[in-house]
Design a protein around this ligand. Structure first.
Ligand SMILES: [Zn+2]
Length: 328
């Protein structure tokens, strides 16, 4: 189901009028006049760095806000082209929702600084970091030096591939958006509840559909499926990149192919934004199926539809395991 009703065209005077509306609403709130939950008294203009966060933010905002997503859904969010027009979007925003954990460190800080928008600078109420809302995986005991090439120095940032984290983020955003626009607090909480209810119901169905794949050995291109694998009980045998962000080399690939043969890896998971030639060659050598995964929710798409697409791709590519998933 695609949602088309959110228009993100910024008006030229939006920055000024938003501040005015927010001030008026702050006065109204101080006087004790709260808007009923179903009525959107004001709109928050939100920027999300990536499609998953944009889609979840849209669910929470409902008709009380709009969302612009910075990274294209076809772009690896680790390496987004910091185009100057993104600065304009940031300049006009009330809030910025980012993944954090240095996921966007290569391109976002320069844009945020360039936006000269005090509302979204680090530490401002409008600067919202999703990684603070979820339990993290692969957090190094000691901070890794990024100059060594590892692009997961603060832990694994690919947490939106577990829908249970999507639910946590929706609730976290409702709280933070509610702080920014208190007159909409009840509405945001209601929207988040409704979304989480739908997401939970789908999550149970996805788990049932893939229960017979639990325990399947798989490989991934980048270390981006840790949360997805933990959620679905897939077992990661290795990654094509020797370290997150380091391109594959022949010696590492040869070792990986051996390991995949020994452990009978059934599938290679890879986001569509990575080159597929190495994975195709490994698939040819090992018989593992290459599963191309859409990396992020497409623009204006729904997070639930996006996860459905991923579950469907896994279901189609990975055979059921004999005896697995019984009783589910
Ligand atoms: Zn990564």
């Amino acid at each position: 189901m695609r949602r088309q009703r959110f228009v993100s065209l910024p008006s030229r005077s939006r920055l000024g009028s938003t501040s005015l509306i927010l001030s008026l609403l702050a006065c109204a709130a101080a006087l004790g006049g709260g808007a009923p939950a179903a009525y959107a008294a004001s709109k928050l203009h939100v920027i999300a760095t990536v499609g998953d966060l944009g889609a979840i933010a849209r669910e929470v905002l409902g008709n009380a806000g709009d969302v612009v997503v910075l990274a294209k859904p076809t772009q690896d969010p680790h390496f987004v082209d910091a185009r100057p027009n993104l600065i304009l979007d940031l300049n006009r925003s009330d809030a910025l929702v980012a993944m954090g954990l240095d996921y966007e460190v290569g391109w976002l800080p320069v844009l945020v600084k360039g936006s000269r928008n005090g509302k979204i600078q680090n530490g401002s109420p409008g600067s919202i970091v999703a990684s603070t809302m979820v339990p993290l995986r692969e957090v190094p005991q000691q901070r890794i030096d990024r100059s060594m090439g590892d692009i997961h120095p603060g832990g694994n940032p690919h947490f939106t591939l577990d829908p249970r984290n999507g639910a946590r983020i929706a609730r976290g955003l409702a709280e933070r958006f509610g702080n920014l626009a208190p007159e909409n607090r009840a509405l945001y909480a209601q929207n988040a509840d409704a979304f989480v209810k739908r997401l939970d119901a789908e999550t149970k169905k996805w788990e049932q559909r893939l229960a017979s794949r639990r325990g399947t050995p798989v490989v991934s291109y980048h270390k981006s499926f840790t949360y997805l694998e933990d959620w679905l009980g897939l077992v990661e045998v290795g990654t094509i990149e020797p370290k997150p962000g380091i391109p594959p080399n022949a010696a590492h690939v040869a070792e990986l192919v051996n390991e995949m043969r020994t452990r009978k890896a059934a599938a290679i998971l890879q986001e569509r934004w990575y080159p597929s030639s190495v994975a195709e060659s490994i698939a040819g050598q090992t018989g593992a199926k290459l599963v191309l995964i859409p990396g992020m929710t497409p623009d204006r798409g729904s997070y639930i539809d996006h996860l459905e697409e991923i579950v469907h791709a896994l279901e189609a590519a990975i055979p059921a395991r004999a005896g697995a998933g019984a009783g589910k």
